[in-house]
Design a protein around this ligand. Sequence first.
Ligand SMILES: [Zn+2]
Length: 448
Amino acid sequence: MLPVVLTLLSLAMPARGAPPPVPRPDSRRQRDTLTPIERALIRHVDRHNAEGLELLQRLVDINSGTMNFPGVQEVGAVLRAELDALGFATRWEDGAPYHRAGHLIAERTGKGRKLLLIGHLDTVFERESPFQQFEKLDSTHARGPGVIDMKGGDVIVVQALKALKAAGALDRMSLTAVFHGDEEHAGEPQALARRALIEAAKGAAAAIAFEDGDGDPATAVAARRGSSSWLLQVTGTPAHSSQIFREDIGPGAIFEAARILQGFREKLTGDPLLTFNPGVALGGTAVSLDSAQVKGEAAGKSNVVAERMVVSGDLRTISPEKLAWARTEMRAIAAAHLPRTTAQIDFDDGYPPMPPTEGNQRLLALYDRVSRDLGYGPVGMDNPAKAGAADVSFVAGIVPMAIDGIGLAGTDDHTAKETADLAALPMQVKRAAVLLYRLGAPELRPPD
Ligand SMILES: [Zn+2]
């Protein structure tokens, strides 16, 4: 698996903040390869693009920071009304069991293969944030909280489904859409917060997530690294500092923790898709770390050999196998602690990895084909070293194929400069609609 990934890593990495322009469709190419229904989808998207932009502005203007539950629910209600009108059976799952607003789940059953669509309602901009409104910058750019992450992607889902409905394809399709209310700050326990998504993935032929990708319309996400955490706890033998390193005293907790961390670095570096980072470290005579808040206190004296050290960090890998390997190595390094010290490392599951499986590559190839047929040019794999963990990862091990990052292009998500490339909206909606149609209503399309 690794050689595949490494060759894909050589794909150009566009500079953040300067996305390539939206490709102009080649209309002759379109005429040659698209079916009448696919051409109807395209016409519908173009005619109704203004409605999509209005919906985007409306959604962005509702604050839905993850912890602003009424705001998240309001965004959910707007989308729910759109999906109700398209004949979906919709429900709101109360998020109280996992201390969040909840999720919107919409289902529609037909004869086609079941497809899972993934979106989210929340943003990183809470009510206190100064960044609250949709603001048009020029004819093709707008700034706003969540405009690309990912209210733009949610609008792409709605607009694509409307086109499918108008073209008469939706009735044949089986679709489940899950819009999380807590993507940016997932609820706990995670098993409850992600239960609906995992249930929805069962029996699905594909999962398609509409997060903003890297801003380049020529890439999509077929692999994401998982993210999990670890906690290293080291103890030493307290003594007067003048006796440090004596055989019966040892190096103390801080030196030993440093030695172990250096051991991680020596053993685990070298694979660009495997990273580990100690994020907070506290050492001294007495330490207390609140792992949930990732903060704590430490007290010690320069003339006392440190008795305790705790280090909390993350670990990101591209596959479950690599994760297991890294954990085994880290455990072995901690277990080989020096005399007069103890060391223990514990791991917590976070987001599972989404490896670049054959299925994911196949779905990416389908999307690439759709893009070429629409005249928008090829789509390759986004560099997994850049993509953070996301909700699609929870179902990547359940569905035969999954793709992400086909939302609205733009720049600077998670910052007060978050900006959408509005010119990309119709392109992304068309690509999504034709992809869903080819995947979910295959009996309507003549064989190639
Ligand atoms: Zn997002």
